[in-house]
Ligand binder design. Structure first.
Ligand code: ITT
Length: 193
């Protein structure tokens, strides 16, 4: 089975490919010739996830899936949340965003946070969503060089390492993205029998 993943983020693509079963071929936006940004105009992760999947599905008249992810930090009112990609501004780098989190949290004792991924599968005008959440803690400084985004400052519960100190397989053992993808893959199995 071929599945179009509506994302411009190459790291997400790599992670999803690493957990997809061998009989699922993940097709990227690049593979179908789409260039540009997907629309993300809403105030919730669920709505943005749906918006991306619906936009691409309608544009190409095909089934596809998209995902939206946010890092939700309790002591700063759930920020960066739905604004995770552009927390430090429209063209902010991963480093700028991490710096903003660390400086906003300077001196704060409560470091609890969670990553939330919502996958939307959009097909023939209908959609289903699958949510994966991983609880954890925000470090006081960057640790590790792997991964992307906020990986260097997030330690998932049950680990002593940040996501950025892990191999891809180690991250997958905790990952919010893998949890949502596993639910989605299970749904695909159920609808294909
Ligand atoms: P698409 O919309 O094209 O999929 P994006 O990067 O804009 O790509 P999001 O709107 O979902 O994706 O932004 C989420 C941001 O949160 C992302 O840019 C990273 O900075 C961060 N992020 C998402 N997943 C992450 C992960 O597994 N580890 C660390 N940071 C992550």
């Amino acid at each position: 089975m071929k599945l179009i993943f509506a994302t411009s983020n190459q790291h997400k693509l790599q992670e999803v490919k690493s957990v997809a079963a061998a009989d699922l071929e993940i097709v990227s936006l690049k593979d179908i010739g789409f260039v540009g940004e997907l629309p993300e105009t809403h105030e919730t992760i669920e709505e943005n996830s749906l918006e991306k999947a619906e936009y691409l599905s309608k544009k190409y008249n095909t089934a596809c899936f998209a995902e939206d992810t946010g890092l939700i930090i309790d002591s700063i009112n759930g920020e960066p949340g739905v604004y995770s990609a552009r927390y430090a501004g429209e063209n902010a780098s991963f480093e700028d965003n991490v710096n903003k989190v660390l400086s906003k949290m300077e001196g704060l004792e409560d470091r609890t946070a969670r990553f939330k991924t919502v996958i939307t599968y959009y097909s023939q005008g209908n959609y289903v969503q699958f949510t994966g959440i991983t609880e954890g803690q925000i470090t006081r400084e960057r640790m590790g060089n792997s991964g992307f985004g906020y990986d260097p400052i997030f330690i998932p519960s049950g680990s002593a390492k940040t996501y950025a100190e892990m191999t891809l397989d180690e991250k997958n053992a905790f990952s919010h993205r893998k949890k949502s993808f596993d639910l989605f893959a299970n749904h695909l199995k159920l609808i294909s029998v």
